[in-house]
Design a protein around this ligand. Sequence first.
Ligand code: AHG
Ligand code: MN
Ligand code: MN
Length: 333
Amino acid sequence: MRPSPVTLTRFILEKQAAPPGAAGEFSALMAQIGLVGKMIAQVLRRAGLVNVLGVTGEINVQGEAVKKLDELANETFLKVFHHSGLVCALASEELEKPVHLPENWPHGRYVLLFDPLDGSSNTDVNMPLGTIVSVLRYEGSGLPSEPEMIRKGTRQVAACYLLYGSSTMLVFTAGQGVQGFTLDPGVGEYLLSHENIRMPRAGKVYSANEGNSRKWPSGTRQFMEYLKAPDKATGGTYSARYTGCLVADVHRILLGGGIYLYPGETDKPEGKLRLLYEANPLAMVVEQAGGQASTGTMRVLEVEPKTLHQRVPLIIGSREEVSLAEDFIQGRR
Ligand code: AHG
Ligand code: MN
Ligand code: MN
């Protein structure tokens, strides 16, 4: 008889894949994140038919045009978590300030910082999209202040992303390895499909927006040229893969190896990606799978954040390629 399917909740409870002593609460949290993913995936599957394409006409705190699907994804998060009794504060890429739950509402210990829809340039052309979630536990009394939500990446108790691709996947870590689940739309459950994901030590894919290469510092450009030069030993070179969705590009590299870069630029050394709800959660996942995540000069998870929406250069993937990139960027090659 086929083994019974392993659902997200069953996995977390059976393997205690949770922050210490919190399996029950954490599995409820992950189930709610999974619910957000199902609700977003449901809309994305029919986006061209239900008037959710295009922009809202607003500009968000990032200075970017807000897509209707950004707003819908953000509202889905707030709706699901407002009354969950699991969180005490939420911070979103789409909201300038954090959302503190009213004192008289049920709340829990978790703080979620999230990018509700990652890869927004893909919304109207049916290309991959994602959701990224960073999970902190607040140990103080009452509700956390904004500075208490702005913590360096090593303080995360878990990290998770959803990938809305040919199938919808949920990938998470709670510090004991990386687990991948695939949504079975027929039963509405995430079923274990990629247990204990390990990233190859090296790969054959690089992922970067080379349209920006003229703006990169010389070390970064030299690294990219090195990747493209025929490999003396094997003659092989790297293949370029870039979808415009960080989650999709990093997921490919998580499974197959290689490197994703959104580096600093000469006139924008901080780069584009946001530290707290893009770089940090993906860095935790990638490190837990045996990979590496760097700003080019330091470990992403050690960056001491100052503001909620601060940006950081991100060089993430297999250990071999990331440390080679650091050598070039820091002038050792
Ligand atoms: P978001 O849609 O949440 O703003 O994220 C977009 C990010 C990331 O997903 C992607 O890798 C990168 O921006 C694409 O940027 P470019 O279009 O500048 O390449
Ligand atoms: Mn994003
Ligand atoms: Mn986004």
